[in-house]
Design a protein around this ligand. Structure first.
Ligand SMILES: *Cc1c(COP(=O)(O)O)cnc(C)c1O
Length: 465
């Protein structure tokens, strides 16, 4: 590969989807109607949508062509076998169990491996992963390194497993109560932070010695492979395809939300090495997802997914541009002096709302307020990841007060341009410069479960912003 001086996209645009810039008055009305919660906005009222990178990717012409070629046979679809081949070639797992999306794979994996009272260590929780572990009777134990919780630690691999914490979990609960460790590549909740190959190898060796399986949450493993290439000694000359295969080679299987790395709008899979485990998974698949040759996907979905998997590692330019765009936004904000979680992660930029709105207490929901203020300013939609998302303690009824009170600006793959990133930067800087005018919020409606999705708010005092 020739040395590329910038992260410029390795594609040009063939089809466009118009978006609408709203007026400030329209956005004030939309924000009021949505109860100052960006989850409740209509996408038509959003200018640049950075709510999530899940299922929001743009597909290539090759993938769209694949939709027409999808084989909709109920059993033995050609597209299924294309998917099997792609997963074997790119991830290296022999056994493929297709699912409707990542949580479908997590459900099946948890049901076949977890018994009542088991413990599943992991490098920070993910909402649906933890849910399915608990639903199967297990308990999640966090074994990520402490630096993952520090917004300004520049540790290059904040997603690493703390081996002493993992050993302590084995000593405390016994290896026979730990069916597997769930290791997530490029940890989402830590801000898209990678783990190193050396760490994954050490985890794998420790687990093997103790008869514990290693299951990879491979949702963002490609982004992780890119950071290994950039930051870990001995990998700068390797392709991301080789690094990804080496990572998977240290594990016994993987769950995948194909709505992220794999460049499709829906889909996922469970991949395994052990044919006996795969047999058990397929037995459940028929009940919960669909026949073993389609899981929860149509033939055309599987065809587009098979193509997306190969495309994402067809050279390093795609991932260089993907992470390069996120870093462009992140470094621009850092340069402007805006407090942002460091290092910049693989899928989004995380604003430190506690530091930005330091005149607000956590009870006034600074991250929720900052998310609303950015929307009011420009129509850019982000997501709260702070006290509102953390919810209440089931026993005391008090709010959980997470250390990190963040606004997440997540970048969809291959969707927005550098000029869009400049608009986001300008808007965040504008809000930052007038931050003292952004007031607090209070609940007008607070759901009992996963409250951040449906909650409604209003300003405690009218904002001058
Ligand atoms: C999105 C995600 C999941 C769940 O996948 P879905 O496709 O949304 O069901 C699991 N793990 C991680 C790390 C994710 O980001």
């Amino acid at each position: 590969m020739s040395a590329r001086r910038t992260w410029a996209e390795p594609w040009k645009i063939k089809m466009v989807e118009p978006i609408r810039m709203t007026t400030r008055t329209e956005r004030e009305e939309a924000a009021r109607t949505a109860g100052y919660n960006t989850f409740l906005l209509k996408s038509d009222d959003v200018y640049i949508d950075l709510l999530t990178d899940s299922g929001t990717s743009a597909m290539s012409d090759h993938q769209w062509a694949g939709l027409m070629l999808g084989d909709e046979a109920y059993a033995g679809s050609k597209s299924f076998y294309h998917l099997v081949d792609a997963v074997q070639a790119v991830y290296g797992y022999e056994e493929l169990i297709p699912t409707h999306q990542g949580r479908g794979a997590e459900h099946i994996l948890s049901q076949i491996l977890i018994s009542d009272g088991d413990v599943i260590p992991g490098n920070m929780y993910f909402t649906t992963t933890k849910f399915h572990q608990e639903y199967a009777g297990g308990r999640f134990v966090d074994v990520i390194i402490d630096e993952a919780h520090e917004p300004y630690s520049d540790h290059p691999f904040k997603g690493n497993v703390d081996l002493a914490k993992l050993q302590a979990a084995i000593d405390t609960y016994g290896a026979d109560r730990i069916p597997y460790i769930s290791v997530e590549a490029n940890v989402n909740m830590a801000g898209g932070q990678p783990m190193s190959m050396a760490n994954l190898r050490a985890v794998s060796e420790l687990c093997r010695r103790n008869g514990i399986l290693v299951m990879l949450d491979a949702t963002r493993a490609l982004e992780n492979a890119w950071f290994i290439k950039q930051r870990e000694g001995g990998y700068s000359d390797r392709s991301v395809a080789e690094i990804l295969l080496e990572m998977c080679g240290l594990t016994d299987g993987a769950t995948m939300s194909s709505k992220k790395d794999n460049l499709v709008n829906i889909g996922g899979f469970l991949a395994l090495r052990d044919p006996e485990l795969a047999r058990k998974a397929r037995a459940l698949l028929v009940a919960f997802e669909g026949l073993h040759t389609y899981g929860g996907m149509s033939g055309r979905d599987m065809e587009a997914l098979a193509r997306g998997i190969r495309e994402m590692v067809d050279g390093d330019d795609h991932i260089a541009a993907r992470v390069g765009q996120v870093e462009y936004l992140g470094h621009g904000l850092l340069k402007a002096g805006v407090p942002v979680v460091r290092p910049i992660g693989g899928h989004g930029v995380f604003l430190d709302a506690r530091a930005i709105l330091e005149h607000l207490t956590q009870d006034e929901f600074p991250a929720q307020a900052l998310t609303a203020a950015i929307y009011l300013d420009s129509g850019v939609r982000g997501m709260e990841r702070g006290v509102v998302s953390a919810g209440r303690d089931l026993v005391t009824g008090e709010h959980h007060y997470p250390k990190l009170e963040l606004v997440r600006l997540t970048i969809p793959r291959r969707v927005y341009t550098q000029a869009h990133m400049d608009v986001v930067m300008e808007s965040v800087v504008e809000v930052y410069e007038h931050r003292e005018k952004v007031g607090g919020l209070r609940f007008t409606y607070e759901p009992e479960e996963l409250r951040f999705f449906q909650a409604r708010f209003q300003p405690i005092q009218p904002w001058e912003f």
